[in-house]
Design a protein around this ligand. Structure first.
Ligand code: FES
Ligand code: FES
Length: 221
């Protein structure tokens, strides 16, 4: 027999949509969204402060915003619910940043926000205003690759490539913070980047090659 407690109406489960909607109501909520669901490397409540009252003044329709991306100011119109990942890919055509899980679990969408790796699928585009955004397109290009990109090519550190931009961004941020990082630090830097093809040994080898060129790095891959 069911108790009175069992008969009480159940609360609907929290969906990602309702979570983001609620989180967008306050800047503190947006910080919490990043801290709670964001990249393992960046689950840090000390993330850059967001402008007060941003979300309340925007939406529900598209709002004109400008973002600083790879050293350029980009203007676009997005609804407040649009993530930074969707804004990059669908509004600006910057598809180097990959959409895989779209829920903060795989790291494929990693970009740098003020130099720190974050999951762009867990950040609203409107909350990225006023921050310095770097994507894989801004790290280097085929004519002038970033050392981590170059090392990935030479270490054959990719198969299907879906995880690769996120891996590169995470390792580039780790080596920027600690150019002579050792293997444990490198492993930790990609703890939130999932590779279903199992390229980790080659990824570590690539990262260690860059670190060793800086005079550091110890540990076997
Ligand atoms: S697509 Fe953002 S973490 Fe997977
Ligand atoms: S290379 Fe395929 S998921 Fe990593």
């Amino acid at each position: 027999m069911k108790s009175d407690k069992d008969k009480s109406p159940r609360k609907p489960p929290l969906s990602r949509r309702s979570f983001l909607k609620g989180a967008a109501l306050t800047s503190a909520g947006a910080v919490a969204a990043v801290a709670t669901l964001g990249h393992l490397n960046t689950a840090d409540a000390s993330a850059p402060a967001l402008p007060d009252g941003v979300a309340e003044r925007l939406g529900p329709g598209p709002a004109e915003i400008q973002l600083s991306i790879n050293g350029h100011t980009r203007r676009l119109a997005v609804e407040p619910r649009v993530t930074l990942l969707r804004a990059l890919r669908e509004h600006l055509g910057m598809t180097g940043t990959k959409l895989v899980c779209d829920r903060g679990a795989c790291g494929a969408c990693t970009v740098h926000l003020d130099g720190r790796p974050v999951n762009s699928c867990m950040i609203l585009a409107v909350d990225a205003r006023g921050h310095r955004i770097t994507t894989i397109e801004g790290l280097g290009n085929s004519d002038q690759m970033h050392p981590v990109q170059d090392a990935f090519v030479h270490a054959d550190a990719m198969q299907c490539g879906f995880c690769t931009p996120g891996m590169v961004m995470s390792i580039a941020a780790a080596l920027e913070a600690n150019p002579s990082a050792e293997l444990d630090t490198i492993r930790h830097s990609v703890a939130g980047n999932i590779c279903r093809c199992g390229t980790y040994p080659h990824v570590f080898a690539a990262a260690l090659k860059v670190a060793r060129a800086s005079g550091g790095a110890k540990g076997k891959t």
